[in-house]
Design a protein around this ligand. Structure first.
Ligand code: AMP
Length: 475
């Protein structure tokens, strides 16, 4: 068997997956284990705890689902009312739905019952589903805590606990619920904790919940998928709408997520896009679960080309074939940048991530660059005058002496793809000369001239976009 990700030749069978589970795994198209699966599956089958640092799209769901299913199938179904044998805790409802789908896909033909426990939807149907007892619950912490308190579910028989996207649960303020829930589970449980990043709080949580865990790591922390071509467009906030619409006129942008920092902003972007003649769906925390799922389903099945989202969709969402990620603004948490752009370039496919950056967001941009250990090239065609220090390097051109932002051994997007992989030298079509948005020169020291809407042109200094270099590499 051929494994595209490393040089080992292990099959799922050799990892210890057999019988109906193996059949279903192969039928799902998982012919070769991914590195995270190869590392994590045998250890879990031996009963070991796992601490997994895994990049988005690494295949970590099957890495914990397969050993859990394997053990449940081997033990036979012994469900007690209102209990579950395995519990997967996740930060967002969308991720929970996705994990449930994977469990059901891999458990096809085996008699495994799964239940989703999430906020935002009727709790009645969830309680009813758990009433006879289930094999696996996939839950967000808040709603599960409610059911535990109401004694609609007992976790004392739960012998497998998975915490997925642990860093995100920390960000979302779920950590205390997670700790309380873990206390309710069986004392001799097996635990797996997965996190894209490992901040100190997560290391501490891991120490308190895991016993002599096997640490599995498939990519360095906070690196971005190698196949994603990233760039920054320097744009005043007021110009972003126009630039976005110009970008979206490019038919190459076949499936696009536009990220907004705020819910209100996401709604406004969606409205503006609709006014500009685009059809877009929006997903954020103030939308009902049904509306969120509907938007996501439309995006997944291709009926919706543009999905506008807050960071709620930055992690976990696995939609194959997303061609572009546009960061309409920079996220508050620099780590979210990594997760946002990880929506494209999944499963080895190539992808493009463009970030629109107002001068007021410059420090956030620098933090992002520090975290990804790489300086993001500026799409110079969007500038009246590009910051020369930020100009993309030509293929083969060595990094500047003080360019500390390239990751070790990494290639710049230009080096990765000669001419950016495009006949026009890698320039996205919306940036063709003469096709610039009216406000495109706004960062030039020279005023761009009167604007069509009568607004005053920007005449200030290029504060923030000039001179300063990105700080030295953080790690
Ligand atoms: P995850 O990181 O679990 O969200 O998985 C990312 C994507 O990889 C999903 O679309 C999975 O269906 C897919 N996937 C996971 N494991 C494998 C595998 N062994 N072979 C092929 N595809 C896989």
């Amino acid at each position: 068997m051929n494994n595209e990700n490393n040089n080992t030749l292990k099959s799922f069978e050799e990892l210890g997956i057999s019988g109906q589970l193996l059949k279903a795994t192969l039928a799902a198209g998982y012919t070769d284990p991914k590195p995270i699966q190869e590392q994590a599956i045998p250890a879990q089958l031996e009963g070991r705890d796992i601490l997994g640092v895994a990049q988005t799209g690494s295949g970590k769901t099957a890495a914990f689902a397969l050993p859990i299913l394997s053990k449940i199938i081997a033990l036979g179904s012994k469900r007690k009312p209102k209990t579950t044998r395995a519990l997967v805790l996740v930060p967002t409802r969308e991720l929970a739905v996705q994990i449930d789908e994977t469990f059901r896909l891999l458990a096809k033909g085996a008699h495994i019952s799964t239940a989703l426990v999430l906020g935002g939807v009727s709790r009645f149907s969830q309680v009813k589903k758990i009433q006879p007892g289930v094999d696996v619950i996939i839950a967000t912490p808040g709603r599960l805590m409610d059911l535990v308190k109401a004694r609609d579910v007992y976790l004392s028989d739960t012998t497998w606990l998975v915490l997925d996207e642990a860093d995100r649960m920390l960000d979302m303020g779920f950590i205390n619920d997670v700790k309380r829930i873990a206390k309710e589970t069986h004392a001799a449980r097996q635990t797996a904790l997965f996190s894209a990043t490992m901040p100190a709080e997560i290391e501490q949580l891991a120490q308190s919940l895991l016993r002599a865990p096997v640490r599995v790591e498939v990519a360095p922390q906070s690196t971005t998928a190698a196949e994603i071509t990233q760039s920054v467009v320097l744009a005043r906030t007021k110009q972003k709408r126009q630039i976005l619409s110009k970008m979206l006129a490019d038919p190459d942008m076949s499936s696009v997520i536009v990220f907004s920092r705020t819910k209100h902003g996401a709604d406004r972007i969606t409205r503006d896009l609709e006014r500009d003649g685009f059809e877009a769906a929006v997903i954020h925390g103030n939308k009902s679960q049904n509306a969120r799922q509907k938007a996501l389903n439309g995006f997944k099945d291709g009926t919706v080309r543009i999905l506008v989202a807050t960071d709620i969709a930055a992690r976990g969402i696995d939609v194959p074939g997303i061609s572009h990620v546009v960061n309409f603004d920079l996220p508050d948490e620099a780590e979210s940048y990594v997760h946002r752009i990880g929506r494209t370039g999944r499963n080895g496919a190539s992808g493009v991530a463009v970030t629109l950056c107002d001068p007021s967001e410059n420090s956030k941009l620098r933090t992002v660059e520090r975290i990804i250990r790489m300086k993001l090239p500026v799409s110079a065609d969007h500038l009246g005058e590009a910051d020369p220090q930020r100009e993309p390097r030509a293929p083969g051109q060595p990094a500047a002496a003080n360019d500390d932002a390239q990751p070790r051994g990494a290639r710049s997007p230009q080096q990765r793809k000669p001419n950016g992989g495009k006949p026009n030298g890698g320039r996205p079509k919306w940036k063709a000369d003469g096709d610039r948005p009216a406000g495109d020169r706004a960062h030039s020291d020279k005023p761009a001239g009167a604007k069509p809407d009568g607004r005053k042109p920007f005449r200030g200094k290029r504060r923030g976009f000039g001179g300063k270099r990105a700080p030295a590499r953080a790690a």
